[in-house]
Write a protein that binds this ligand. Sequence first.
Ligand code: SER
Length: 946
Amino acid sequence: MNSLDVRTKFLSFFQQRGHTVVPSASLIPAGDPTLLFVNAGMVPFKDVFLGKDERSYSRATSVQRCLRVSGKHNDLEEIGPSPQHQTFFEMLGNFSFGDYFKAEALEFSWEFLTKDMGLPGEQLHPTVYVEDDESAKIWAKIKSVPERQIVRLGADENFWSMGDTGPCGPNSEIIFDRTGECRRDGSDCPITCDCDRWWELWNNVFMQYDRAADGTLTALPKKGVDTGMGLERLTAVLQEVGSTYETDLFTPILAEIADLTGVTYERATDAQRTALRILADHARATAFLIADGIRPSNEGRGYVLRRIMRRAIYYGRSRLISTDYLRPLVRRVGGLMSDVYPELHQAATALVTTAEEEEEKFIQTLGRGTAAVEALADSAQALRQTFRTAAEDPQAKFNWASRAISLADLHFRDSRLPETLKELFLEQYQSVLGAEPWNSTPEALRHAAAIEPTLNGEIAFFFKDTYGIPPDLTARVAEEHGLRVDLRGFEEALDEQRQRGREALGEARVQHEAMQAALAGLPPTTFLGYETLACDARVLGVLADGTRITEAGEARAIELVLDRTPFYAEGGGQAGDRGRISGTGFEIAVAGVRSANGVFVHSGTLTSGRIVEGDSARAEVDEDARRATMRNHTATHLLHKALRVVLGPEARQAGSLVAPDRLRFDFLHTRPLSDDELRETERIVREQVMLDRPVRTDVLPAQDAIASGADAMFDEKYGEEARVVAVGNGDVFSKELCGGTHCHATGEVGAFFIVDQRSVGAGVRRIEAVTGDNAYRWMDARRAIVEQLAREHNVPAEELPDRIHALEERAKEQPKVAVSNLPDPAQLIERAQRLGDNGALLIVDRVDAADADALRDFGDELRRRAGSAAVVLGTVIEDKPSIVVMLTPDQVQAGLDAAFIAKQLGREMGAGGGGRPDIATAGGREPSSLDAALAKAREILTAPAS
Ligand code: SER
């Protein structure tokens, strides 16, 4: 039986038993801040289990794409070593929402496996939660279940939760006995043995509780059933192979890898097989994440995708051969699975370009990272040698130790290492040498010389975090260069980062829950804002600082809940409305509105009077702002469609912001748009505006709406019913699922200009545009600029380009004015020598200054920053060497004389010099004499005082 048959048979089994077949949702959970990815078949139904959402059916079945790479269910590290784990997998599931419970669920699963799939009952072992007598009894009643096979286990095995919060409950699993004996020692090992004899096939979860962040369990309003069975494992059992990777779901991908590398799954060594599994698994995860709109980046979901892609590339290149893997593999996955998942087909080009770009980028990074490790290794060697010499020659320790640090610095500068890396690396020596390395004792120097060259945990973490290089790779490269890597320290650094992440997430959750608690008992608000901008309402709740209060006085920030409202609550990219809510004796300026599970919270300031729960009120939306928002929202739909006409169907929406003053639209596209593409996009939008086409809204079953071709956003939450906004009658120009407020006809948009385009991450671009009055204002401002320029240049506007061009040509003919190219003063100070023992600096440097003033100003800046210093700067001005000598007052007092020094330096350069005791200059004839003069300066200033 191939995997396609398994999918079909599963769905039809449950369809025949009254279940509605629900298509797989995207991997991105809609409107759920607690989860990065859909990690189980039940996730799209989470709110139905929690009683917050309703469906027309109470039984459902699906094959849901899932990803387990973060949070509570994370299998990433298993991939490779394990023959039966996947990050990306398909979960077969059946669900009951307050309909059937344990008995039917367990009977269904037993019947499907033993009858429809023909698996022998003796090899199937049910497990139940230790306290769940009811399930144990149900299993015992099913005739073909051998009683001795029913095992009771604790919460670790038989209590399932979606995440740290959310729906959960006891479960009953069906475990498949693959071999009849322990695969290690042939004994009759228990069901919990990890010898790969036992495969968990099916999990029946009895959804009974909602877990809060503090761990408390609240009973759900209605009990439910959530079952899940990995398609890959069931297929492996049916195809009688020892690993999910040997099923027809994976063999074509592995064949592709064998074509690329010459290594087959059967003949591979263990190390190679690990890489093969990683490549095959990660190629699937990569393809589906890209198809669901994620692009590699350094945060959130994008970062997870990047890690997965880089992990695959790294294993491929280090264990198989150095070749490009991702592009051919994601293409293969697309070809293999797009019949079942048309999303893959639609994203075909994006799959290939994204994979290719990331692979190229990573290979470069890998090169940079390797070079960094090499530079650190060289520095470690140089440092060790220098400290050793310095320890043996205490007389010269000043020179040696400071040279050592600057030596390291030299290596660093050559390899252009990031500052953080330098600091982390030098820290281990500096802590031994003390705050003043040049004053360190011979013992300290010997100690520093003996430090085993190590990249500590933080450095390894830096490599991972910045370059995306996994620690084991850093360790391998480092080892080749004689450096040890502290992998335990790495784990600690990683833990710290995770902890920080958890704390941040925890805080968001606490706030979210506090708001939920404050709103408890308030009914969902009736929204009238599609039809009207003002209505009478009743005040149901008054809140301040997120806490429910019954009344409020004085000028303060408050939040208000009404029974009905014309105010749009922020959502679907559209900003919340602003306006005013007033009543007898009070007035509130509303600045924003958001919805918490359908309860609209109006936030604003009580500008006068006193408000009490139960008051009547008049709610009025700011009409100008709302109309401007409507123009922007309708224009956003037109823009979305126009971009897809101009760039192709893959230019899908990736995010948007619709506010009164502007619209911002993010979409998937890898290149900047050319001027022609921008103008054509604008032209299409304007054409629709001028045609003044009707904008219609309809409420339809979501599935019908999507089937009719309406565009949907991947991380928006849609109920069973969806609102469809269509532009045009009959010949429809655009059709999207959207809850926002729109113009009645496109003509109201008035005017449309794209004002900016830029990249916002790999493969995602952003366009900003203006409409209506804002568009006219934007255009007026441009017109004013043109008119001003025309006046200043005294030519008609049409002649401005020629005029400016002519001016530029003339400017080119003018002789070049010298410009300074001065270094960062902080760097000069950092590498400065010490002048004697009291901390004064000796800064002698050759710089690139445009003229004598620039040189002097720069010297002044150095002198000011250093506090106590002798500064000698040389440069070449109009082909002549020039030097400035500057001293801080304490140095003058200590007996140094700038004029005296300048005179000697001038002589060195074949001319003269002089000035004041604190500032003096010297000149010369030949630029070539400058370096000798600077060396002379150093000699003069470091000579022991006689
Ligand atoms: N949610 C359960 C699981 O993922 C059953 O579907 O195992």
